[in-house]
Ligand binder design. Sequence first.
Ligand SMILES: O=C(O)CCC(=O)C(=O)O
Ligand SMILES: [Mn+2]
Length: 216
Amino acid sequence: MSFGRDCVLDLFDDLDNGVALPIEDGQLHYFPNALDESEADALMMQCITDLPWRQDHIRIAGKSIPIPRLQCWLGSSDAHYSYSNIALRPQPWPEFLLRVKTRVETLCAHSFNSALANYYRDGADSVDWHSDDERELGQDPVIASLSLGTSRVFELKHRYKKRLPTLKTSLGHGSVLIMQGGTQQYWRHRIAKVQGLQEARVNLTFRRILRNTVAG
Ligand SMILES: O=C(O)CCC(=O)C(=O)O
Ligand SMILES: [Mn+2]
């Protein structure tokens, strides 16, 4: 792997079994074909039509700004979650997602009680630099990120070791990226905007909420 200022993570070999992506102070594992193409196509359509998407807002300098994507929070009734002052009350798991959750749990050997779903309608939608380090997730959470639809570049930047390059990897249709170890504590991640991109993407990050935190 070459280290420029930006660094593209190399993927090689054994793609069905997944690959460990080299990263300091964290652990990433990528399964490019966690779902086959037809399953991923059907799931993408079902997510777009059936999930209760909402347009949330954040307050910046006293102004209410719409976040550049639609989202919804799914999970068991006590899995309350909040970030950036957005309080998310869990929507019940639709049956079709419970089956996917079980598949992802088997892949990760880890159980989840919630998922944040993001709908990037086109390249103008994005998520800015952040870590999933809210206290409800506990220390060193395991987070499994399932991607559907058009590929988007997932970037990671170390919070403290500024000498490390920004890591970039493309998350494809039907893939699962597992983030664990210190990935949330030491790294931030984002999906940047892509000019001119018309195609949509849905991402589900499966998580385990440890504490009952009623947000708001
Ligand atoms: O869309 C993605 O791949 C990342 C989403 C994300 O970082 C999040 O929901 O916290
Ligand atoms: Mn995140």
